[in-house]
Design a protein around this ligand. Structure first.
Ligand code: SAH
Ligand code: ZN
Ligand code: ZN
Ligand code: ZN
Ligand code: ZN
Length: 486
């Protein structure tokens, strides 16, 4: 049977994801097995299903497309395999490792090709002669231990831009994990945290920690051994290095060495929540199966770094998680970096199954402890005695609406005709801008939460449903975030 998990796509055309449970094998693009999507067209009972790339939301980055019911010829399959092979990294991880050893031993001059983002061996200098290059005195041991500074952050327009942690956020994360007693960190899409762990070990001032980086950016394979980095796709839990690589993860997750492991992931924000949650569950399941002691903790500790407006979606997948108030800062994010011009509040938060009160947020950065909520909160997050919680999600001071009986954003006003709080210029009443359930037309829930979801749509509710907007609030804000940052 299929486990149907649905999610509107970024364009809001009612494209949903069907996560399959092993029954049928999805075709692969260069990024590993594709995901099955379903395009729900207006006025149709059942949408048409197709396979598309798991990692790339932009067809320009990966144009794989196949209808579920397409008959693909043998010749086409072979051509596709050939194409996938041709787009693989130029070297295997083993080859990258032996190149790195040679590179370190180079007596005369080291060169890094900035155009190709490659550490060069002398025999290759000539073919890169016309490229932009960093020279010997630039490429010190110190620089080589900071690949995240050396490599150009990826800027794929749609979903895969690399936003690197600002130093203080990265240090905060690492300090927190260390204080909680974790000695192994599984870094999923957090190259800078991985790098900091190694650097700290080299300093030798604190207890050594182990780190394994899983990332789709194979440029990192140039700098890390096969037990430190795996070329991995977190949208389909695919290891490009096959069994050997997934074995590296299994060995890392095994706590037989007496060292506790935690996973930290900072996925691209344009990414789809459900496939991410599915991969994280698979990692967690691998961990769980390795646990020998009966009882005790049943969930692998996870910190998932993502914008606050995805909270409902993440909690839907991981009900045991809490969103913490800590605002994650980035170095190269045009809007949210902590700079001289004053700090713009970052929308990025930590979602975790750690006990909230154990994650101590720094007082000097404006956090305080709320005794009632038993967690650290942002200073602007005032405890509401009526709601009995600290309500703010976005860092602003929220206010209580007695009619809605809950706290709302400061910019919202209570609207009598909508009987709820909304922005003053919201589309009022039954205007098309109003969001409702696409399935049954109800304004009380979205399609994903529709109790009639699996029943047929009737003619009666279909017309109402067609008026409703398809994109979820979270996805829309993510798009806005992307637009404003481009
Ligand atoms: N803040 C983090 C970087 C986050 S940017 C840090 O400073 O360490 C998102 C990261 O996820 C990047 O490293 C990117 O290469 C990686 N990534 C993007 N898509 C991915 C995918 N499909 N699978 C695995 N990693 C991915
Ligand atoms: Zn692809
Ligand atoms: Zn509180
Ligand atoms: Zn109200
Ligand atoms: Zn209104």
């Amino acid at each position: 049977t299929n486990m149907q998990l649905k999610e509107s796509d970024e364009d809001g055309f009612g494209i949903e994801i069907v996560l399959q449970q092993g029954d049928r094998k999805a075709p692969s693009c260069v990024h590993g097995p594709t995901l099955l999507f379903e395009k729900v067209c207006k006025g149709e009972e059942k949408g048409r299903r197709f396979y598309a790339c798991s990692a790339c939301r932009d067809r320009k980055e990966c144009n794989f497309f196949q209808w579920e019911d397409d008959k693909v010829s043998e010749a086409r399959l072979l051509a596709r395999e050939e194409e996938n092979r041709s787009k693989m990294p130029p070297f295997t991880h083993q080859e990258y490792c032996s190149r790195f050893r040679k590179f370190l031993a180079l007596p005369l001059g080291r060169r890094f090709c900035q155009d190709c983002q490659l550490l060069l061996l002398p025999g290759e200098w000539e073919i890169h002669a016309s490229h932009k290059m960093s020279q010997a005195d630039d490429i010190t041991e110190a620089r080589l231990s900071r690949p995240s500074l050396m490599l150009k952050p990826l800027e794929n327009k749609k979903s895969n831009a690399q936003y690197l942690f600002a130093d203080r956020s990265c240090h905060f994360l690492l300090d927190t994990l260390a204080k909680l007693g974790y000695r192994k960190v599984l870094c999923v899409g957090t190259p800078r945290l991985h790098e900091l762990i190694k650097l700290r070990n080299q300093e030798g001032k604190s207890d050594p920690m182990k780190s394994l980086l899983l990332d789709i950016d194979f440029r990192y394979a140039q700098f890390y051994g096969t037990d430190e980095f795996c070329h991995y796709n977190m949208f389909n839990h695919h290891f490009f290095g096959g069994e050997a690589a997934s074995g590296v993860l299994r060995a890392f997750l095994d706590e037989e060495d007496g060292e506790k492991v935690i996973m930290v992931s900072d996925p691209p924000f344009g990414g789809l929540v459900k496939p991410l949650a599915h991969s994280f569950s698979q990692i967690s399941e691998t961990w769980r199966k390795l646990q020998t002691s009966e009882g005790g903790v049943v969930e692998m500790p996870i910190v998932w770094i993502f914008p606050y407006f995805f909270e409902p979606r993440i909690l839907e997948c991981f009900p045991s998680f809490t969103m913490l108030d800590y605002q994650v800062d980035y170095d190269n994010h045009p809007l949210y970096k902590h700079g001289k011009t004053g700090r713009k509040q970052s929308p990025v938060r930590l979602f975790t199954n750690l006990t909230p009160r154990d994650v101590v947020l720094p007082r000097e950065e404006g956090y305080r402890f709320c005794k009632v909520c038993a967690r650290y909160v942002w200073s602007g997050n005032k405890h509401c005695t009526k709601c009995n919680l600290c309500p703010s999600k976005d860092g602003r001071v929220w206010k209580h609406c007695s009619e809605c009986q809950k706290c709302v954003k400061p910019s919202w006003r209570h609207c009598q005709s909508c009987a709820r709080c909304a922005l003053p210029d919201h589309p009022c009443g039954n205007s098309p801008g109003l969001e409702g359930c696409f399935n049954c037309g109800s304004l009380k829930h979205k399609r994903r939460a529709c109790p009639l979801k699996d029943k047929r749509r009737t003619d009666n509710n279909r017309s109402k449903a067609m008026n409703s907007k398809r994109m979820s609030g979270a996805q829309r804000r993510a798009n806005k975030l992307k637009k404003t940052t481009e």
